[in-house]
Design a protein around this ligand. Structure first.
Ligand code: COA
Length: 165
């Protein structure tokens, strides 16, 4: 049984992330989406909200589980009995960072390997920050995230606007 971890901040989950999740879930027996509990990025959504959103949009994938984690990714991988870490490569600009991260992770935990999926070209430009920026200025994010996530993002910015009124 092969278990993989797909880690990220997912603030919020996008179609690009979902594409990787769906493809990785087809080649793995069990895929754990690991949501980083990291305040360094000042997330828009709490880790609990991000986990809930991911569970909603992956509910159709029976071998996908969503969990939050803190600390080192490799520690989470070892605790979860994961064999591999899954990462997506969007463009050549991702490569240097991903190479360094996978080599560091392998140095710390030699039994945990990293495999890369090339992101669908349709979503190569996408990031969670772009989604938030477009939504913050009232633009449509329907091309970037599933409808249920677009609703949560809009709601979050409405709440923020109410707070500063
Ligand atoms: N489609 C759309 N967007 C994507 C994407 C895809 N396929 N792949 C990545 N992105 C986006 C992400 O949404 C993110 O956007 P943002 O910066 O606007 O939030 C951006 O690209 C960067 O993604 P990523 O590199 O996955 O960053 P992350 O913050 O989501 O995740 C961790 C980074 C969690 C994997 C990494 O910080 C980690 O492992 N942390 C734990 C601590 C640790 O072990 N550190 C040592 C590592 S050597």
């Amino acid at each position: 049984m092969k278990t993989a971890i797909y880690p990220g901040s997912f603030d919020p989950v996008t179609f690009g992330h979902l594409d990787i999740i769906e493809r990785a879930s087809q080649v793995m027996d069990h895929l754990i989406v690991g949501v980083l509990n990291n305040n360094a990025k000042s997330p828009l959504f709490s880790v609990e909200e991000r986990v809930k959103m991911l569970r909603e949009v992956t509910a159709h994938l029976p071998n996908v589980e969503v969990q939050s984690f803190g600390g080192l990714l490799v520690d989470f991988a070892v605790q979860s009995n994961a064999d591999v870490i899954v990462r997506g490569l969007r463009a050549i600009t991702d490569f240097e960072y991903e190479l360094q991260m996978s080599q560091t992770n392998r140095k710390i935990a030699p039994d945990v390997d990293t495999i890369f999926f090339t992101t669908n070209l349709k979503y190569a430009y996408l990031s969670s920050s772009i989604v938030k920026e477009v939504a913050m200025y009232g633009g449509s994010i329907d091309e970037f995230v599933p409808p249920v996530i677009a609703g949560y993002v809009r709601q979050k910015f409405e709440q923020k606007r109410e707070l500063i009124k």
